[in-house]
Design a binder for this molecule. Structure first.
Ligand SMILES: *Cc1c(COP(=O)(O)O)cnc(C)c1O
Length: 837
């Protein structure tokens, strides 16, 4: 079904290749370029540049080619692209020698509404990550699946029930192209259960970053296998594991077919973790022993976990893994048991993808400070019950891609007041100090125009919904009057998962009625979001919101819009005054929609969970409070109380004082932008990943793989040795040594330790005591001890200085942990000897 390539006039010919690059989705001029071809069609084709170009007639091209203002816009965009594509950017400047390739695997990617291969936050994060990687010039490629039906489109019927619409997309109309080598398509194979599934490799260009997508919908596959890349998160466990094999195993094979040997494999959520098993097969078949191969894989893998909700971690019966992974495991006869062990969760007797990812990645992270901590608690027993703070899972707080989410109108305003190059330097907080210069009226004016656009869209969407549902003319007309452009407008949009508690606002409808229908200070709410088709409690939430929105008291003041996607999200985060989020803490790993809102001057009003727990500073938004140690029922009561009280006493009064000339609301908007935009963007996030994960990984993997993996073999040998000999450790004596001078208040101690056949350079020894920090909390303080002498018979003397008041071994503990210079971090082997348990 190849279409004929559209024929464009020479003077506009760049429009065709550019339509296949998602770069347009963060360039406002490029959007205009496609929109102006035919604004009405632009809406109809869901902002899809490929279709805009394909469906433009020869006459229309002629007209555009003789339109001087259109040609001017075209030249501007073409010049911007040329400049963008060739620029060196941050990575090239910061790491000129590094080179390498980073491969980022994810089950979903959200770049733009016209490429519907995302469901929600996880995918949009992956999309925003790729965009910043392109902007910053990282040597980066993405790997994912090309879903024929994507994720579902949502319709609401007249009872507020969600209808899930499945659309078969025509890949010829999407910005994807088959990858070709020597004139033919690239097809790879992955063994899934009893079949060899053929996968065609497509590419999507995201600025400078290519994203490779696998497609199983080929005639040479069986009808069942063709379904493997049909739906995102559709089907049962069997479908799920099969898809994950396609992604992980097929993904590695696709990279090889393209001649790519990345030095970093970033597993974005456990779905893609089978990539490590395919890499194991490669190494073993190349003659590398299992233990050495595992070190090489660990040294080159980064894993990001995204949810503290246990059901969010995929786990399969072991027999199911053996069946579906059989084609691969049968090639690893001697290693099979150890591979199954890598994912085995003995407590549940399941094969857990997060375990597989953690066991095959030496660097792992959660997605906010709080989520890092929650993950360390969750996976403490996985790490031999070492102290929570030592569990080797760090955090990189999620961000959003600024030019994707910032309203172009605001971007123009910032262009006038922020220093030149502010977009590239968006992660420097000094850049944002110039916001002081931005007049309040200009900001408020732009914001109210964005709010008017949102309300206009909301009315049209509700009218369209009612028309489709066959409702009366009067009901349709009425929806055109809903929402008041001058009223305080609060947005709540996200997936309807129950922990997000979308109905918290409805705990006390009387009180809500007084807030919404206040005579001087009316408040209105706009809801949106999809529930997974298998999530019935989530769909009940949608019906409940719909039911409240139909009550006389709330009609036109509480609305729920259908089909939350990236387009609707942009309208919402750019147009509301307040962004509301009230999940049950700490279940929101990060959340990103509030970050999109913040940079647009919408002020956050949220539970102190995820990113907001660290972003909120007391003056840049509002907190919905509760005692974090109370049971969930009490937290819910307290959160609801805090929600209402803040709206009544703080938020609504402050908002309406702005009409009496009070500068406070605009100040809060600016404060929110100025403190949050520099931090919660993906430029900062990708820079963090680069500094803390990617560059270290590139360096370490290079070292480990030199000379046929000699260093990796050495590390593997050390780990085996240390596990075998760890049981023998003992503390012989710890004594003061007054002969050695120490600073006032301190003293010298010597510790005689029995290490058996372990050399003293290959352990880390420390004394740990507790001290009160300025916040009145007792923190552990580790004091490293240095090896001094071999006392014979496996006993070694170590030394260090500790506060003099620690007189008794009960006042502190002696800890010994494995140490090797090739470790990625302190607890690469989670063994800990301690004098206290
Ligand atoms: C940003 C976004 C999300 C994720 O938002 P959260 O705050 O993480 O819930 C989900 N869906 C869409 C369409 C978005 O734009």
């Amino acid at each position: 079904m190849e279409r004929n390539q559209p024929v464009l006039p020479d003077s506009l010919k760049q429009l065709l290749p550019l339509s296949y690059n998602l770069w347009f989705s963060w360039n406002a001029d490029a959007v205009k370029l496609y929109e102006q071809i035919d604004p009405e069609r632009w809406e109809r084709v869901n902002h899809n540049p490929v279709r805009m170009v394909q469906e433009t007639s020869a006459e229309a091209w002629d007209r555009l080619a003789s339109d001087s203002s259109y040609l001017e816009l075209y030249s501007k965009v073409a010049a911007q692209w040329e400049q963008y594509e060739s620029r060196k950017a941050w990575y090239g400047e910061k790491h000129p020698e590094a080179g390498g390739t980073i491969a980022y695997f994810s089950a979903e990617f959200g770049f733009h509404e016209s490429l519907p291969i995302y469901s929600g936050g996880l995918g949009i994060l992956a999309g925003d990550h790729c965009k910043s990687a392109s902007d910053l010039g990282l040597p980066f490629v993405g790997v994912g699946l090309l879903y024929r039906k994507g994720y579902f489109q949502q319709r609401l019927d007249s009872s507020g029930s969600q209808q899930a619409l499945r659309v078969d997309y025509d890949f010829n109309q999407l910005p994807v192209r088959p990858v070709q080598i020597g004139g033919s398509d690239v097809i790879v194979e992955a063994g899934v259960g009893d079949s060899q599934v053929k996968l065609k490799v497509w590419v999507v260009q995201v600025g400078r970053v290519p994203l490779y997508l696998l497609d199983a919908d080929l005639e040479s596959n069986s009808p069942q296998d063709r379904e493997l890349t049909s739906q995102l998160y559709g089907g049962n466990q069997d479908m799920r594991i099969a898809q994950e094999i396609v992604l992980g195993v097929g993904g590695v094979k696709a990279l090889r077919a393209l001649g790519l040997q990345p030095n970093v494999y970033h597993i974005n959520e456990g779905h893609a973790a089978f990539l490590s098993v395919e890499r194991m097969r490669e190494y073993v078949h190349a003659g590398v022993p299992y233990d050495t191969a595992l070190e090489l894989i660990r040294a080159s893998t980064v894993f990001t976990t995204h949810t503290p909700v246990p059901a969010g971690h995929d786990a399969f019966p072991v027999g199911m893994v053996e069946h579906y992974l059989h084609p691969l495991l049968s090639q690893l006869v001697y290693e099979k048991d150890r591979i199954l062990e890598l994912g085995y969760d003995g407590e549940k007797d399941l094969f857990n993808m997060t375990f597989l990812a953690m066991n095959t990645a030496s660097l792992r992270n959660g997605v906010s400070k709080l989520h890092g901590h929650v993950s360390r608690v969750m996976f403490r027993s996985f790490h031999g019950n070492i102290p929570v703070d030592d569990v080797p899972i760090g955090h990189v707080t999620n961000g959003v891609h600024m030019l994707t989410w910032l309203a172009p109108e605001l971007q123009q305003l910032f262009d006038r007041f922020l220093p030149g190059g502010w977009v590239e330097r968006q992660a420097e907080s000094a850049v944002w100090e110039a916001l002081r210069l931005l007049p309040d009226e200009s900001l408020l004016k732009v914001h109210s125009s964005l709010k008017a656009k949102l309300i206009d869209l909301a009315r049209r969407s509700l009218q369209e919904q009612r028309r489709r549902n066959g409702e009366s003319e009067e009901r349709i007309r009425e929806a055109g009057t809903y929402l008041n452009p001058d009223a305080l407008t609060i947005g709540f949009a996200r997936r309807f998962a129950t922990y997000k508690r979308a109905n918290l606002l409805f705990k006390d409808l009387e009180r809500l009625n007084r807030i919404v229908n206040h005579p001087e200070r009316p408040v209105q709410f706009i809801f949106a979001g999809k529930a997974h088709p298998a999530d019935h409690p989530g769909q009940d939430l949608i019906r409940e919101i719909y039911r409240v929105s139909q009550m006389d008291a709330f009609k036109g003041r509480i609305v729920i819009l259908e089909n939350y996607d990236m387009s609707l999200a942009r309208y919402l985060v750019q147009g509301v005054d307040i962004w509301l989020n009230n999940p049950l803490r700490p279940l929101e790993a990060s959340g990103t929609s509030g970050e999109k809102a913040a940079m647009n001057g919408a002020v956050n009003f949220s539970v102190l969970d995820g990113w907001w727990e660290e972003g909120y500073n007391g003056t840049n938004g509002w907190a919905i409070e509760a005692d974090p140690h109370a049971d969930w029922h009490t937290q819910e009561q307290q959160n609801a109380e805090s929600l209402y009280t803040n709206l009544e006493r703080e938020i609504a009064p402050l908002y309406y004082e702005r009409q009496e000339g009070s500068p406070q609301w605009a100040e809060r908007m600016k404060n929110s932008i100025g403190t949050l935009a520099p931090v919660y963007n993906t430029h900062r996030m990708v820079q963090d990943y680069t500094e803390h994960f990617y560059s270290r990984t590139i360096e370490r993997f290079r070292l480990m793989s030199m000379d046929g993996g000699e260093q990796a073999a050495r590390l593997a040998g050390y780990k085996k040795f240390i596990r075998e000999h760890w049981g023998a450790l003992a503390v012989k004596a710890v004594t003061d040594d007054p002969a050695v001078p120490a600073p006032p208040g301190n003293k010298e101690v010597k510790a005689d330790l029995y290490l058996g056949s372990i050399r003293p350079d290959y352990v880390g020894v420390e004394i740990v005591y507790y001290a009160e920090n300025p916040r009145g909390i007792w923190d552990p303080v580790p004091v490293p001890l240095k090896p001094e002498a071999d006392l014979g018979d496996g006993v070694f003397r170590f030394r260090g200085q500790i506060p003099s008041h620690l007189v008794h071994i009960q006042h502190y503990s002696v800890r010994i942990r494995p140490y090797h210079p090739l470790f990625a971090h302190r607890f690469e082997v989670p063994l800990l000897f301690s004098t206290v348990k």
